[in-house]
Ligand binder design. Structure first.
Ligand code: PTJ
Length: 249
C-alpha cells in the first residue's frame, strides 16, 4: 500500500485497514477477519464513527460489571489483537481481568503468535493455550477454553465475534459483555451488556469509566448493572441510526 497522506478524509479508517491487513499477513488475524472488519466499518459509518451516548452508557455499565466481578476474563481474537492489543492489556491490568486467547479459526500457530504478541506488549499471564475445557453445546473451536480462564469466569468481555458463543456462555450462567458495531447481530441481542461501538474506541472508554467508578461502593456498582436494560439500548441505537439516515438528504 502506498503512503496515506494525513490530509486524506478517510485517513484513520485507511490506516486501520492497513493495520489489520498487516496483521493478516503476519498470521495474527484470520483472512475472514478482514471481511468481519469490513462489516464493522459499514456499521460504524451508519452510527457516524463516534461513540454514541448509548454506547458510552454501556461502556460505563460494562466497567461497573467488570469491577464487581470475582473472576472476569477478557477474550482476545485475531481482529482485536490487530486493532487494540495494548489497550486490552491496559484495561486487564487496571480492573484486573485475566486475558484469554480464544479463536474461531483456531490453529496452534495463531494461538502462539497472538500469545507472543501479548507478551511482547507486556502481558504476563495469558490463558487459552491449554484449552483443557469445553463450553457446553458449542461444537466448534471457539468452544475450547481454559478451565482457569473463560470456563470458570463469572464475567466475560467478548469483543467482536459471532453470536453462538455468547449464547453458550450465558447458558453457563455467565455475564457477557459484547462489543459489536452491528446492533442486529445475535451477539448484540444475546449479551447482557452490548456495546455498539468500535472496539478501538470502546476498550479505552471502558477503562476511563473504570477509573472513575473505582471509588464507588460495590452496592452502587451493582445497582448500575442491575438496572441496565440492554433491549432499550439496542432500540435507542437503531432509532438513532434510522433518524440519522432519514435526515441526511
Ligand atoms: O480471530 P478468529 O479466528 O477468532 O476470527 C475472528 C472473526 C472476526 C473472523 C470471527 O469472529 C467472525 O467471523 O466474526 P463475525 O461473525 O464476522 O462477527 C464479527 C462482528 O464484529 C460483526 O458483527 C461486525 O459488525 C463486528 N465488528 C467488526 N469490526 C469491529 C466490530 N465490532 C466492533 N469493532 C470493530 N472494529
Amino acid at each position: 500500500m502506498g503512503k496515506i497522506p494525513e490530509s486524506h478524509p478517510r485517513y484513520f479508517s485507511l490506516k486501520t485497514r492497513e493495520r489489520i491487513s498487516k496483521a493478516m499477513e503476519n498470521g495474527i488475524t484470520h483472512k475472514t477477519g478482514l471481511i468481519a472488519h469490513g462489516r464493522g466499518e459499514a456499521f460504524d459509518y451508519l452510527i457516524g464513527e463516534k461513540t454514541l451516548v448509548y454506547a458510552d452508557d454501556a461502556e460505563r455499565v460494562a466497567a461497573a460489571s467488570l469491577l464487581i466481578a470475582k473472576n472476569p476474563v477478557l477474550s482476545i481474537n485475531g481482529n482485536v489483537a490487530a486493532l487494540n492489543l495494548k489497550e486490552c492489556i491496559s484495561l486487564s491490568e487496571f480492573i484486573p481481568t485475566k486475558l484469554e486467547v480464544n479463536l474461531f479459526h483456531r490453529t496452534k500457530e495463531r494461538i502462539e503468535k497472538i500469545i507472543n504478541e501479548l507478551k511482547k506488549n507486556g502481558a504476563k499471564e495469558i490463558y487459552g493455550k491449554k484449552a483443557d475445557a469445553n463450553i457446553p453445546n458449542l461444537n466448534h473451536d471457539r468452544g475450547r477454553c481454559d478451565i482457569d480462564g473463560i470456563y470458570s469466569a463469572d464475567v466475560v468481555l467478548v469483543p467482536l465475534e459471532d453470536g453462538d458463543r455468547c449464547q453458550a456462555l450465558r447458558n453457563m450462567g455467565k455475564t457477557v459483555i459484547a462489543i459489536d458495531l452491528n446492533p442486529l447481530s445475535r451477539t448484540a441481542r444475546t449479551a447482557n451488556i452490548t456495546i455498539v461501538d468500535n472496539v478501538i474506541r470502546a476498550i479505552p472508554n471502558i477503562e476511563k469509566w473504570a477509573r472513575k467508578l473505582k471509588k464507588l461502593d460495590e452496592i452502587n456498582l451493582e445497582e448500575m448493572v442491575e438496572s441496565w436494560n440492554n433491549i432499550d439500548m439496542l432500540q435507542n441505537t437503531l432509532s438513532f441510526v434510522s433518524k440519522r439516515l432519514n435526515s441526511m438528504f
